[in-house]
Write a protein that binds this ligand. Structure first.
Ligand code: PBG
Length: 330
């Protein structure tokens, strides 16, 4: 066959490439995770996530200033409480670590940053699970957990959270949280649901970061099996019906097909969580000189957006923002 007059390479010359680019990663897409540690006296680096740290409350202001300075629109807060118990009661303490952090950020920065609070029990329970545990059978109990999730949501909204992000994969959690928020007068608090959250080994480094390893069993009775995709669509449909405003797919990189299908099917705001293991793999390979860290970072984040994510939770947020700003000005 003769080479036709269609020439794909015409649109790849360096001058035209910019105007035909289909996906443009932007600082506006980035959500920066932050670990706030009630016990820490100073900033504690997280060994398994090079470049990430746990912050004591008194070091938070400086970090947020930096994040705002880089133009990043949102943060998601994870709390490490001073004490844990079987019911995770510190999670809904009005003076708990996340509530204090949220209040501090609101008081100091007003509308300059969107505050999202992770809403889960696992960092607060002594056994490390995302729900109430039956003492005898060790089962993670769904319905008794819902009431607690509602309480956490209200305490976070009271502290000033714009968005609560339930990540425990309990059935009915979005409905329970929406009802609790509405009843308490927080009709405008947004719910970003970790709707399709897989039981994944990519969360490994996070367990050190948030001290949320578990005492027994694993999370496979509530998080999704990574073999399943149709099930993710059912999860998302349910969460939307229960009142989720934004739905999340997690992890991101090995789940681009899920992000794509969720976006295509529902056409709602989709968040993707570029999780700790995805971050640490790139960092480790970068440190060894096996991969070019910054190039890979941009490739991965752009791919997640190309798949259909409207926003990306990523530990690369600050690095990516810096690089994107530099590219723009060069
Ligand atoms: C649970 C939670 C986890 C992550 C975010 N929220 C851990 C888990 O489900 O085991 C993982 C995030 C990451 O790996 O970056 N509250």
């Amino acid at each position: 066959m003769k080479l036709g007059s269609t020439r794909m390479r015409r649109l790849r010359n360096p001058r035209v490439r910019r105007i035909v680019k289909e996906t443009q990663l932007s600082i506006d897409d980035l959500i920066c995770p932050l670990f706030v540690d009630e016990k820490a006296k100073k900033v504690v680096p997280i060994t398994s996530m090079p470049g990430q740290s746990r912050f004591p409350l008194n070091a938070l202001k400086k970090e947020i200033e930096e994040i705002i300075g880089l133009g990043i629109p949102a943060i998601i807060l994870f709390g490490i409480p001073g004490k844990k118990d079987e019911r995770g009661s510190e999670a809904y303490n009005s003076k708990g670590v996340v509530q204090n952090a949220t209040r501090l950020i609101r008081e100091n920065f007003g509308d300059k940053i969107l505050v999202i609070t992770d809403l889960c029990l696992c960092e607060y329970t002594s056994h490390g699970h995302c729900g109430i545990v039956d003492k005898k059978t060790k089962a993670i109990l769904n319905d008794p957990t819902l009431e607690i999730l509602g309480k956490i949501a209200v305490s976070q909204a009271e502290a000033g959270a714009d968005i609560v992000a339930p990540s425990g994969m309990m059935d009915g959690m979005v409905h329970a949280i929406r009802t609790a928020l509405d009843d308490a007068g927080f009709k405008d608090t947004i719910i970003m649901s970790y709707a399709a959250k897989y039981h994944s080994s990519f969360y490994g480094p996070f367990r050190e970061a948030a001290e949320s390893g578990y005492a027994f069993g694993d999370r496979s009775t509530y998080q999704m099996d990574f073999s399943n995709a149709d099930e993710a669509l059912r999860e998302v449909a349910l969460d939307l019906k229960e009142g989720a405003d934004i739905v999340m797919v997690k992890p991101a990189l090995a789940y681009l097909d899920i992000i794509c299908r969720v976006k295509q099917e529902f056409r709602v705001p989709v968040a993707a969580y570029n999780v700790s293991g995805e971050y640490s793999m790139i960092k480790a390979a970068g440190e060894k000189g096996w991969l070019k860290e910054q190039a890979i970072m941009l490739e991965v984040l752009t791919a997640i957006k190309r798949a259909g994510a409207d926003m990306i939770l990523t530990y690369f947020a600050k690095d990516a923002a810096m690089l994107l700003a530099k590219q723009k000005s060069s």
